[in-house]
Design a protein around this ligand. Structure first.
Ligand code: MSP
Length: 542
């Protein structure tokens, strides 16, 4: 995929706006870690990035949860939002906008958008009959239900019969335009397997869907009929637009759309693909607005090979997990181990094996032994040599020469696993290079020139690896940089609003993607372990 936005100066990415019926779960953390990493990569490349996340707070599911808890829905939402915010901070997620669909500005945006769709003649009153899953907030086809009218996505929940008078959106009118969109822009839905799913669904023929509800008070009143509220999905998708409003801007659809629309990338899970790849573009077509560049749907993961479900008691509590193991091992595991776009699995033992092998044994060991040798043989300085002094056939120079470009492609394709593998290849090759070239022997033999070149090559390879991994493990990367005598905080680079000198002058760190940045004779920092091996602690299930 050749991302159009990867060459322009701004990049806007969204996570789904998460339901607040319950505390955050690992699926929420997964999408958000991926979004944060891709946002960080674009920021490192000097782009003006906006990472949007937030919460989807209206609808029957939330209304019922609040009633069951005996609290006002807004109070309930506020409590859960605080949990999301705290999780994002623990996971080192640097979002730029957090949109709540209960924000007053959002209501204005929804009303204005509704009016545009209304003016297009795409809203009419009709009767909705069918099976409704409150957990999905979606009508289901009878043929898709499990035994006893249970929802396939929520097997513990029964669907409910609805027969009500609702307002409908003329989705069917957009059948041909949508098909033309998918044909003209094959990258609009990724990965390809998901695109095929959508094509198949649309080919069956699109039906209009209801965009209002009676008997649901917890929602935005329908502008044309205050006895009804707007369907939660119609409302929530527009959260992406409201999020674009600058905090001090006057609230209007035009102002929201003014500078950053259309969004470059909607990151979602496969369960909500239809809403983003069919309903959303049709709504935008109706409102005569440009469409997002891309919708990327990742897979689902299981725990120890089993479907994750609260009722099965095997839910993974991301807060307990991050408290137990820290953010960076989790970020690394989920992005390196599960191919983004495919289904995957979380297994605690494997998680520990992977992070210990890659972050402690491979990367940590490389940094530690290299700095130890530089201290011993070069008095704690980068040896007196530069990249140009290193022979063109040096294996690390060869690997390092193309790595930045390779990793750039991988990140732009959201192929986090490929990015990690390519970087780890340089790390492992560097360790092998040390073993093969034995700097300690070169020192004993007084081969100072060769020794300097070997040490420079491995120090530089450790630096490049840290830089390229920084979107995923920013603190480890910062630590490695500090030990190499480079005072760059990757977290600060990634705060658009930071006033720190370190970042104020930063426009573009792209040249750090090249092999050969370290300066001869500059002072190194103190060697310290960058990653302490983890032990299985068995984070509690929620
Ligand atoms: N509120 C809607 C989104 C509206 S966007 C305008 C919603 N919210 S959600 O809270 O249910 O979050 C859904 C997200 O969590 C999806 O992206 C989904 O893929 C992710 N996950 C939920 N369970 C998951 C797994 N077991 N594995 C991976 N991700 C999963 O839908």
């Amino acid at each position: 995929m050749n991302h159009p936005a990867s060459h322009s100066q701004s990049f806007t990415v969204t996570t789904p706006l998460y339901y607040v019926n319950d505390v955050p779960h690992i699926g929420h953390a997964y999408t958000t870690m991926a979004a944060d990493s891709i946002a960080r990569w674009h920021r490192l490349n000097g782009r003006d990035v906006l990472l949007i996340t937030g919460t989807d707070e209206h609808g029957q599911k939330i209304e019922r949860t609040a009633i069951a808890a005996g609290v006002n829905p807004q109070v309930h939402c506020d409590r859960i939002v605080a949990k999301f915010d705290s999780l994002w901070s623990k996971l080192d997620i640097k979002y730029d906008r957090f949109i709540r669909t209960t924000a007053p500005a959002h209501r204005t945006i929804v009303n204005e958008f509704f009016q545009r769709v209304w003016d297009s003649g795409d809203i009419y009153k009709g009767t909705q009959q069918g099976w409704y899953c409150v957990a999905c907030e979606e009508f289901k086809e009878e043929r898709d239900l499990l035994a006893d009218k249970h929802c396939p996505l929520h097997p513990s929940k029964q669907v409910e019969w609805r027969d009500e008078s609702n307002y409908f959106f003329r989705l069917s009118k957009y059948q041909q335009q949508l098909e033309a969109l998918y044909a003209e822009r094959p990258d609009f839905i990724l990965p390809n397997s998901r695109r095929n799913e959508v094509l198949k669904f649309v080919a069956q023929g699109l039906q209009d869907f209801s965009i209002s509800r009676v008997n649901v008070d917890w929602g935005i009143p329908l502008p044309t009929d205050p006895d009804q509220t707007i369907y939660v999905w119609f409302d929530a998708l527009l959260g992406y637009v409201t999020a674009l409003l600058d905090p001090d801007a006057q609230v209007s659809l035009d102002n929201a759309l003014h500078s950053r629309w259309p969004i470059d990338l909607h990151l979602i899970g496969k369960d909500i693909l239809r809403f983003h790849a069919v309903y959303w573009p049709a709504m935008l077509m109706s409102a005569k607005l440009p469409l997002p560049e891309r919708v990327f749907a990742h897979g689902y993961f299981t725990k120890d090979g089993k479907k994750i479900s609260k009722s099965e008691g095997n839910a993974i509590d991301p807060i307990a997990l991050v408290d137990c193991y820290g953010a960076e091992p989790l970020r690394y595991y989920f992005l390196k181990e599960i191919e983004f776009g495919q289904d995957g699995d979380f297994n605690e033992t494997r998680f520990i094996e992977i992070v210990n092998a890659d972050l402690a044994n491979s990367l940590g060991n490389l940094v530690n032994r290299t700095l130890g040798m530089a201290k011993k043989y070069c008095q704690g300085y980068i040896p007196n040599c530069n990249a140009t002094d290193i022979a063109a056939d040096n294996p690390l120079k060869i690997l390092g020469r193309d790595l930045g470009a390779q990793v750039d492609i991988a990140y732009n394709n959201l192929a986090f696993r490929d990015a990690c593998e390519a970087i780890l290849n340089l790390v492992r090759s560097s360790n092998k290079y040390i073993d093969d070239l034995a700097p300690w022997a070169l020192f004993k033999q007084d081969k100072h020139l060769e020794l300097a070149q070997v040490l420079y090559s491995v120090l530089e390879s450790a630096r490049l690896s840290a830089y390229l991994l920084s979107p995923i493990v920013p603190k480890i990367s910062t630590d490695i940089y500090r030990q190499l005598g480079l005072n760059i905080d990757f977290d600060l680079i990634c705060c658009n609003n930071s006033n720190d000198d370190n970042t104020a002058s930063v426009e573009n760190w792209k040249h750090h993607q090249q092999w050969g940045i370290l300066q001869a004779n500059s002072q190194l920092g103190e060697p310290q372990p960058i990653f302490t091996k983890l032990e299985v602690k068995t984070a509690p299930s929620s």
